[in-house]
Design a protein around this ligand. Sequence first.
Ligand code: F3S
Length: 768
Amino acid sequence: VAHPRPFSSAHAPLPATYERINNKYAEVRRVLGAQPLTLAEKILYSHLDNVEESLLSNTNNGRDIRGTANLKLKPDRVNMQDASAQMALLQFMTCNLPQTAIPASIHCDHLIVGENGADEDLTAGIKTNHEVFDFLQSAGQKYGIDFWPPGAGIIHQTVLENYALPGLMMLGTDSHSPNAGGLCTITIGVGGADAVEALVGAPWELKAPRMLGVRLTGKLNDWVSPKDVILHLAGLLTVRGGTGFIVEYSGPGVETLSLTGMATITNMGAEIGATTSIFPYTDATGRYLQSTRREQARKDVMRLQEAGLTLKADKGAHYDQVIEINLSELEPHINGPFTPDLSTPLSQFKETVQEQEWPEKLSAGLIGSCTNSSYEDMTRVESMLKAASEAGLKPAADFYITPGSEQIRATLERDGTLEAFNEAGGVVLSNACGPCIGQWKRHDGVEKGTLNAIFTSYNRNFRGRNDGNPDTMNFLASPEIVTAMAFAGSTTFNPMTDSLTTPSGKEFRFPSPRGLEGPPTPFEEGKDVLKVQSQAPDPSVSVAIAPTSERLALLEPFEPFPASDLTGMRVLVKITGKCTTDTISAAGPWLKYKGHLPNISANTLNTAVNAATGEVNVAYDLDGSKHTIPELALKWKHTGQPWLVVAEHNYGEGSAREHAALQPRYLGARIIVCKSFARIHETNLKKQGVVPLTLADEADYDKIDAGDEVSTVGLYEMLKNGGKGDVSLLVKKKSGEEVLVKTKHAVSEDQAGFVLAGSALNMLAKRA
Ligand code: F3S
């Protein structure tokens, strides 16, 4: 392990961010000596607020802090998408600061509906959402935050092209922010309250992650793409397998991957619950920096590495778990429906479809999105389209393409790829999320409630995620496999072995896809109106919120925690099965209320399944009357009845959506009790003053029912003691019987402070 050298006066200074990282890394080495570190540890520890205190919190060995120490980190920047930025900025505004403490950006991508094609959809989207875009733009001007207008691109692609740099640590208000881990950054998906901590310059807390090493050997075969690596891994690890871990890739196979391929893999680390994922710096990283016009940054990174912070794991670095994948043996995978970890190799998919009686007809194929719209992805698909077109074939199912950014769209247009999509009859949607986030207006006659199958190259496939239809089965695959299936119009087609019949009656077999890693000349910048608006903070700007708005509402602080344990709470609903952030706070049409807490709260838990009755979105009041879950929650809010929810595993799985914590808090939830939590959501709950408690014995799930009266025992004491101490629940059944249920918690000292103050924001506002 080389010890970092300070830069001598003979060197031109490094850019300020790298200078800071280099100095911090020197401190890390002073404390840990030559102890081998993983790449993730090197970058993470080089962003510690207090290196010594954090690394020596357990023993004199950095490895032992994993899973125990609470790291206080100073990220380099914050990136926010339009749906989550609204609440983040509303919270930031309550702190009354003139500007953000670190650089930040806003990306308008989630609110544009995919329907008729880019131009029409973008015009309609701007009209429908102008109030929100005006708010975001004016907040950007006031506080000096970069503003990417609607149509400029999807947050993760834009960040990859413009802001991500090897060695940086970033926060993003979106669960797929780890996309930038492909470019050797630590990027973590968080809720708006976490983002606000970083934006006001306060240290951001993270439980020191464990390290999951994925060693790649071999080289991908022709039909296999980087997407298949993560689809396969999701199948191995399940949606909970990465919880508490950073996934770090290494091995000779890494050198064979393109930069954008690595980003696809780290993007979908969110699907296994990982804190984030990261790849080392490779030649492909340097090439990508060059093609995105960042040659100087590439040189700076090389100098940072020469100074000692090599952007790969140290020899002998310890991983808590290691998985080996031989890329040469990997085959294309298809994951779904309804969960990203149900993984089937392509060769077995036909049989599985028939066994499971999934639809054999494919209704649509959708490629692109933040996950898979790289130059490599698109040119590989282009090679397939050209071959099919020469044979006189067109897609048999509807075919949609979502470019990830204006930069990629303009480059694909310049290089003729978009023409191939248009010729094939594909609909090129705007550079925005659209169908990936429930914003897909279908015109193919598939009504809500109709069972149908779609294939997408997106990253997530929860029920209702694309068109709001819970009966649309979304199968995730690489863009190449999605395209082949769209031409076949069938879910049982295998392009590696099967043929299609051309109009002239000949057999057509797709040739192996071929593409280019990146454009032969640097990326195009695209249309001027879609470029970033970047300016110094201007305090004279007033942030646009109309008092009568149905889409934006200023926030009121939550009440502080009472000076005693919680008593007299009632179980609003006991939930069975998956309860994702989509279940707790649905997207799709509800996205329009992201900046209006009272209005969006009307969707709270509206797809949750009642454990007692099996009904969706049904809860019963104490007098037996039937309500929707949000209706009963609102009724109890008005009568002052505090409540809790009981649920099963991985509660809050999915996105970083803090509304899933804010809404229950607004409606009167005080605690959530379940078998286990998803990491980001558990943190979000504490930030909003709701206490997440895990059942010490899972079997106790059966001891609590809807309507039971619950009091906490030891909660107040635990909070006062900075998170130390046990908490139990005294459950009073309708029969009068009382049951004591033991719980576990992961409340840190800072988080205890948030809960006592009523929310993290209450505390930050006071400090600011
Ligand atoms: Fe947008 Fe879907 Fe990516 S919602 S950010 S395109 S995961």
